[in-house]
Design a protein around this ligand. Structure first.
Ligand SMILES: [Zn+2]
Length: 457
């Protein structure tokens, strides 16, 4: 049995391109993108489509029901508008169960053991403007008690109508969580949220959530060892997960993280889809019962030991004759939108310090290099130059790239460097634009967080 689920998990990976929802290709997921996909589901007799309510801006919040089994599973996603990986996976799940013909026996087993209640995109208004909060600037996951938002009321009421045995609370976490004190990015973090009543004894349903997480983590471990973390289990009584756990629903929080070269999170989404579908089979077969609380407890807790880009051992000239050595930690905020542009990224200097013991996803030693800020004039001209070279299509990650520039351009930079005023000072929170040079011979630019090596044309 156990072997079968592992086999299913890996086969889903190799078959993924045959069943994934092809109309979703980026992180930017709004109701407009989902609507036609959800409408298609109405064509299936075995599927129930129901609008459970509306957002502040009157966008429908839909519940899809499929399956006839006795175990009730409720999955909901994107209650934070800018956390869309779960929604993409739920669309994959629909495509898997409807458009794709493979794994017929497994599908039948799941749908005869379980009834799935699926609510994708709980916060459509937040998704539209790509914010965590809804149109009233309310964080739905801190609105469980007051239920100020219509979206919170929809989630709350739907949960109580269903009274699910299992709940999957699908979120995305800060991409810069590390797994324990390691440089490893947490691709996923799990949590069986604590119950609000804090019972002395572990309840059966929270235990079931922990065991199910142990099984999901074990499956993922075969593909991404060292990249699975556990969320802190401090009680948050205003959150839905902690509350649902207290209502006798085995509740699992899945936080999708990021993987540095997977800017649109499509690899993370694939792993997430494999994990969710395998978890449904694990619930159908109760195979998670073979796992242990110890396995759950041994998943390392998340830490924040990471920056997007770390530049180490940079010399800063505080006067003509005096220099200091610093490390610079740069973080990038990526704001997906329908339009691709350089302004999707906003990179800032997050820390200027000795960053020993901390890590960059991209981490470079600049021993022997001096750094200086860019003037606004220079920044404007170099940005225009860079975009022209890149055909207005900037890269979306922070790895090093090269840019061929003319001799004249080098002279321009050299002039800029000689004209610099001392002391050279960088401030935390400054935009991440700077010039690095070694003896006026080797030059790098950091342009909105992108590290660019200049080479002669
Ligand atoms: Zn969230």
């Amino acid at each position: 049995m156990e072997h079968d689920i592992a086999h299913f998990f890996h086969s889903l990976g190799s078959e993924y391109d045959s069943f994934r929802e092809f109309d979703i290709n980026t992180q930017f997921i709004t109701y407009r993108l989902l609507e036609p996909l959800l409408y298609q589901l109405k064509a299936y007799k075995s599927i129930t489509y129901e609008i459970k309510g509306y957002s502040v801006q009157n966008t429908p919040i839909t519940l899809i029901r499929m399956g006839t089994g006795p175990i009730k599973i409720f999955l909901w996603s994107q209650m934070h508008g800018d956390e869309s990986t779960g929604t993409a996976s739920l669309m994959d799940l629909f495509s898997f169960f409807t458009k794709y013909s493979g794994f017929a026996e497994v599908k039948s087993e799941i749908l005869h053991s379980c009834t799935l209640y699926i609510m994708p995109l709980v916060n459509p208004d937040g998704a539209e403007k790509w914010t965590r909060e809804n149109a009233l600037n309310i964080d739905l996951n801190r609105d469980r008690i007051r239920l100020n938002s219509p979206e919170s009321r929809v989630l709350f009421n739907t949960f109580h109508e269903i009274k699910p045995d299992f709940g999957f609370n699908l979120h995305d976490q800060n991409p810069l969580y590390s797994v324990g004190a390691t440089p490893n990015q947490a691709f996923f973090s799990f949590l069986a949220p604590p119950e609000i009543s804090q019972p002395v004894e572990l309840s059966r349903h929270r235990e079931a959530a922990m065991l199910l997480i142990s099984q999901m983590a074990a499956l993922l471990h075969t593909l991404i060892p060292g990249h699975i973390g556990r969320y802190s289990d401090e009680i948050e009584i205003r959150a839905f997960g902690d509350y649902f756990q207290s209502c006798n629903t085995a509740t699992v929080l899945i936080e999708s993280g990021a993987c540095k070269e997977d800017f649109q999170k499509q690899y993370i989404r694939k792993l997430h889809t494999q994990t969710i579908l395998s978890a449904l089979l694990a619930i159908s077969r109760k195979s998670y019962e073979k796992h242990t609380i110890e396995e759950y407890a041994s998943i390392p807790e998340n830490q924040k030991f990471l920056y997007d880009l770390v530049l180490r051992n940079i010399h800063i000239q505080v006067s003509q004759s005096h220099k200091i050595i610093i490390d610079i930690g740069i973080n990038n905020t990526y704001v997906p939108s329908a339009e691709k542009s350089l302004s999707n990224n906003h990179a800032i200097i997050e820390n200027i310090a000795d960053l020993t013991g901390l890590y960059g996803l991209y981490d470079y030693d600049f021993e022997g290099y001096r750094a200086l800020p860019m003037s606004n004039e220079f920044l404007t001209s170099i940005t225009a130059f860079y975009l022209e070279k890149k055909n207005n299509y900037p890269i979306y990650n922070l790895s090093t790239e090269t840019l061929a520039v003319s001799g004249e351009f080098y002279h321009h930079i050299a002039d800029l460097i000689s004209a610099v005023n001392y002391p050279v000072i960088f401030k935390q929170g400054d935009s991440a634009n700077l010039i690095l040079h070694s003896n006026f011979e080797q030059f790098f630019l950091v342009l909105n967080g992108i590290l660019i090596k200049l080479i002669p044309e």
